[in-house]
Structures are given as structure tokens and as C-alpha cells.
Ligand binder design. Sequence first.
Ligand code: SAH
Length: 497
Amino acid sequence: MGKHMCQHFKKNDIVTVAIEDIGTEGEGIGRVDGFTLFVKDAVMGDVVEARITKAKKQYAYARLERLLSASPFRTSPRCPHYRQCGGCQLQALDYARQLEFKQQKVINHLIRIGGFDRSEIDGVIEPIIGMEEPYRYRNKAQYPVGTDREGHVVTGFYAGRTHTIVPNTDCCLGVEENREILEVIIAHMEKYLITSYDETTGRGLVRHILIRKGFSTGEIMVCVVINGGWSRKGFSGREEYIPHQSELLSELAVLSGMTSVSVSINTEKTNVIMGKEIHTIWGSPVIHDMIHVRDMRREGFPRTGQKLTFAISPLSFYQVNPIQTEKLYSLALEYAGLTGQEALWDLYCGIGTISLFLASKARQVCGVEMIPQAVEDARANARENGISNALFYMGKAEEVLPSFYEDNQKYEQSDLRHPDVIVVDPPRKGCDSACLRTMIEMRPNRIIYVSCDSATLARDLRILCDGGYKMEKIRAVDQFGHTVHVEVACCLQRVIS
Ligand code: SAH
């Protein structure tokens, strides 16, 4: 194709292209006469016919139309829905290559966003820790509930970038128990003509179904997210949130592992799944899971002695891949290099998972978390594990930390004003700048940054390094096989000037 012709790529054009790279969203990248194509579902090493979906001056988005020659890195995806479903982006790519891609993604972000030198990164980065079995690893699933064209209740996953439900009750990243639970709820809805929520009108009852399993205890939690419309006193005098609730509960109760059933009321027109109001309607308000520390310096990362038990309530954050989480936390713990004497902060602490492991090896730990239920779980978890040197503050890290620092000005020597270590584990958007600024002023010896988004990690590491720290070690842990997401732990050491 001639050069000037390429300027005129338009929607629906079919282009032949060799795929040479993987984009940050997992798409295949190829070039035709200096024009870049981002091809969904094409794998590095493929030669494909791609259909243009959106054309710009220098580049275009396209979709795999026909595979002309398959990449040696291709593998057959286990899920029949993987191309429509927005959940996985890399299932067609061999798992070993997925790990290489993620390692490279972290390096690219450190260079492009963080402004670090390649040689500096090479000196500190360790190899990514992959999963032994990259399927059935998720302990949590949030299924949207909708209605199909024939009027049947369906549940599944959203197609990429839309809210169209691809019906599927058995995502192969999740646990096998999900299917039966979903089928029981759907059958109940069909039997009693219970409506699913309609996002456009704001009507209908059932919005989402959250299922969580404690891998080491087998305990299962189901939380049905409803649009508060239906609620009345049942025969027993107890509040009912779902028509024929007791019949539904008796069917769920007999499923293996069932420990907790609740409803969450969300009447807002929002993409936020969970409503703040939770009512336990059967069993316990929480499930439990255990996490064991692993030896990260030994082959295969064997479990070592220490283990802690955590209570998890529906609104609390809990890492979705418990096996990789053990490795991630163990790495963070090793990076913290504790002797038993230290005072530290654990910001964005959730239910206190990292905090409590740190507490067993330090003198004092202070956790900060903004979700009230998670803070309650964290305090209960400290008690249940017999840990008395961990304290939890409810609030935003960017507010709690600066106000603690300012309010305690007269205590210049206070341990928590100038702690030995600060651990942070923020959501994807990273740390707020006020939080980073205070961390630098507190001048801990070490900062351990645990991140689920390497782009914001790179941005924040630049700020911390400019504030007197240097990267000592950084290592990715694959918590999310078949997706483009990657978890990273980084150890920063204060540079004494
Ligand atoms: N370290 C925990 C939780 C990490 S997830 C674990 O590994 O389980 C991030 C947590 O930060 C969530 O619990 C979320 O509720 C909380 N969070 C989000 N923004 C926050 C903020 N600005 N201040 C404090 N906590 C926040």
C-alpha cells in the first residue's frame, strides 16, 4: 500500500499487518508504512487481516478479522467468551510471554513515566514472580445481573468497554462454586419473576452478585446487591429484601462452604457496584481466610511458620489472588527488613493484612484506611490474632498522615512522626501528593511501595526519589493472569545526605 494511501485509512478498511509488539491494554501493535495499528485480539508474532474500527492521523484502532499466520506465542484460550468479555486481554498469549510482557510493562513505565535510567532499573529489578496455575485463582467475583432479549435473567461479564452482559456463569479465573450459586439465584429470580436492575431506567431489583471464597478455610460469602425497591417484613417478622427470601436462603444454605449471605442496598445510578448499607440475612457477617508467610529467598517460595487469620466483610478490600498474595506480602515483609524494634505506618491498609504481618516483627504499627468496615475488620483481626501493637486510624491517608505529623510537632522525636518504615498499598490511582509530601517529611529509613498500577507507581517513585530516596529493589508479582494488570513491590532506601 502506498504512503499517501495510508493517510486515508477509514473505518471498516481491511489491512494486512504483522504484529510486532503488545500494547499496555494487551492489544497487538503493528506498523504499515509508518502508520501504527492497535489490533484487538491479535498476538505478537501474528500476521493478520485487521478491520479498522477507529482511524486517526498517525494511528488507528482495529480488530482481528482473519488470522493469516499464527504467532508461535499463541495458545488456545480456555474460555470460549474471551474475545467478547472485557475481563481478560491476554488469554491467547502463552503464559510465559504474558509474564515477559508484564515485566517489560513495569520497566517501560519506570523509564517513560518515572524518568529512571535503564541501567538504574536493571540494577534493582528482580524477575517477575509468576503463578503456578494461572486459572481458577480468583477468590472474588462480581457478576452483573441483567435481562436478555427474550426477557430471561442473565448474569456474566461486561463486554469490553460496554455494559452489555456476556452470559457466563463459570468464568475460568474464578472458583467452580460460583456457577451453582449463580444458577440458584437466577432460578429463584425466574421462578418469582424478580426483576434485574436496568441501568438506563434505574428500575428493577437485583444489580450484582458478589461471591467470595476463603481459599484456606473453604468459607463462602454471597452478597446480593439490590436496588432498595423491595423490602418488607416477612412472616417471621424479620425484614425481607428479596421476594421469597427464606426459600432462596434455604437453597443457598445447603451449598458447600456457604457461611455468609447478605444484601447490599445500592439505589444510586452509578458504576460503583456495592451500596454502603449491608444486611446479613443468613449466617455470619464475615468469612475468614488464612495467609501464610513464605520464604522468598528459597526456590518455590515455601511457606514458613507464621500464619494469620483474617475476617473479611462484604465492603472490605481483600486481595483477589490469595496464593500470589502470600508471595507479595512476604516480599514486602522482607523488603521492610524488620528487627523487632521498629515503628511503622501501613497506609491504605484495608483489613490490616500487611499491618499485622509487620506488627509481629516490629514494635509498633499504625494502619490507615478510609473504609469504616475495613477498619473494623482490621481491629477485629488484630484481636483475633492476639496482636496488640497495631493501631488503626479511619480516614484518608492524605489527611490522616499530614494532620498527625502537624499535630505532633512538639514531639520531634516521636516514633510515629519519624517512623523507621512506611508501607503504602494504594488503589490504582496511586498516592495523593499531600500523602507523598508528608512521607518525605517524616523521613523514614525505608518506604515499601506496593502497587497495582505500574504507571502511577512510576509517577510516585519519581517524587519519592526526588525527595531523597533511591530504589533498592523492585519486583513484580503476577496476581492477575490473563489480564494486563500487574502488582509490584518496591523497596526505597533513604539516601543520607
Ligand atoms: N493493603 C491492603 C489493602 C490494599 S487496597 C491489602 O493488601 O489487603 C487499597 C486500600 O486503600 C483499600 O482498602 C481502600 O479502601 C483504601 N483506600 C483507598 N483510597 C484511600 C485513601 N485515600 N486513604 C486511605 N485508604 C484508602
